[in-house]
Design a binder for this molecule. Structure first.
Ligand code: KG4
Ligand code: ZN
Length: 372
């Protein structure tokens, strides 16, 4: 068994994978609108865990869901079923391996859209049976946490070490479906300290974008628009929901109503207005996010800060976390830009570092699977 220099630890009740010297792990992610597959090779060298990426494909269905202004679960399911075998053949070719070289399969079992999750699980079950390997279910949010450990995310010939992180770490998870503040005692051992009471942060970006007439997904659109705002004097001001509440929870749905009210008040929504709203929205959510993270850091001893999930692609939010990390002198770990969104590398890694062994046929999609 590999004792990694990283204090990865192990979830209680989970049994470690049989770690032969070299293993090839197939990662499968279908929790939302991305069909993602990866092949990750791992090995142990003088007691140190090393990895190299053999293949990593993320196939986005965004263009198909755009017309619905969000993700349409049954369409996602149909697309995943169509894409999975095609992408699987592609990564096998890219990695220059054969199916039988795969040592184990890690598949997202939740949280996410259940019809979408089932497609990945069923694919894993069939393949696992065919090639006779174990299937490990992974928690998508744990994937976002471990996504920050990769330093090299391009398929290359070299084995690399994972980033070494000190624990306990404070993880802030900001995606389209979740917003959570989590104490990471070790990889595999979590305590959720706070979460959104209504909309997730990415969802708030998406809804704001829709009100401004921007396409889905709205996060990158809002970020672009905010950068274009050149107004020096602020003419609008949005609330900072739950900024001073006594807990680590969030609420973003009220912002929607405030923006709707602002838009209704205007006779005509100009491009300048849209830019100003985009920037003010981004400032408002960033302020809440940073204040709550600071509050969590004040409440306990943390040795690292981790931020994961699609929204951390946002440069303004990245910079705000970098400043917070300097202020507290606690190192910050962010995913590389191509691993902020959903991908199967983070799923493969979550399965290796925190394996939950199960009878393959008993693995099921758990739409509301919690961390912990
Ligand atoms: O983690 P992710 O890829 O999927 C889920 O697990 O939900 O996150 C997707 C979310 C979407 O809501 C999208 O609008 C948001 O991440 N997002 C961003 C940016 N890029 C993606 N939000 C703000 N700024 C961005 N640059
Ligand atoms: Zn995600």
């Amino acid at each position: 068994m590999v004792e990694h220099s990283l204090d990865v630890g192990r979830a209680r009740g989970s049994s470690p994978l049989p770690r032969t010297n070299k293993m090839i792990i197939l990662g499968i992610e279908t929790s939302c609108d991305e069909t993602a597959l990866s092949l990750l090779e791992t090995k142990e060298e003088v007691g140190i865990f090393k990895y190299r990426i053999l293949a990593n494909i993320v196939h986005s269905q965004i263009d198909m869901h755009k017309e619905y202004g969000g993700v349409y679960p049954n369409l996602a399911k149909r697309e995943h079923i169509k894409n999975l075998p095609v992408i699987f053949n592609k990564i096998i070719k890219e990695a220059n391996i054969e199916e039988k070289d795969i040592s184990s399969i890690v598949v997202t079992s939740g949280p996410g859209l259940e019809p979408a999750l089932w497609t990945g699980i069923n694919f894993a079950q069939e393949l696992g049976k065919k090639i006779g390997v174990q299937i490990i279910p992974a928690n998508h949010m744990e994937g976002h946490i471990v996504s920050v450990l990769f330093s090299n995310t391009k398929p290359s010939g070299d084995f690399k070490e994972l980033k070494v992180i000190k624990f306990p770490a404070l993880a802030i998870l900001i995606s389209g479906g979740h917003t959570e503040i989590v104490k990471v005692k070790r990889i595999g051992e979590y305590e959720v300290l706070g979460r959104t009471r209504d909309d997730a942060l990415g969802e708030a970006f998406d809804k704001t974008a829709r009100m401004l007439g921007l396409p889905y997904p709205g996060g990158p659109e809002i970020a672009k628009l905010a950068l274009l705002n050149s107004k020096k004097d602020k003419s609008i001001s949005l609330p900072r929901p739950m900024l001073n509440s006594n807990d680590l929870d969030f609420s973003f749905s009220g912002l929607k109503t405030s923006i709707l009210y602002l838009i209704k008040k205007k006779e005509e929504l100009t491009e300048d207005d849209k830019r100003e709203i985009a920037e003010e929205f981004q400032d408002a959510v960033t302020e809440v996010l940073i204040k709550k993270t600071g509050k969590a850091l004040d409440g306990d001893e943390y040795k690292s800060i981790i931020v994961g999930g699609g929204v951390i692609a946002n440069s303004h939010i990245r910079k705000a976390f970098e400043d917070l990390s300097s202020e507290y002198s606690i190192p910050l770990y962010l995913p590389e830009k191509n691993l902020t969104g959903d991908n199967a590398l983070m799923i493969a890694l979550a399965g290796i570092l925190s394996p939950k062994t199960k009878d393959p046929q008993s693995i099921e999609a758990l739409g509301n699977l919690l961390l912990g």
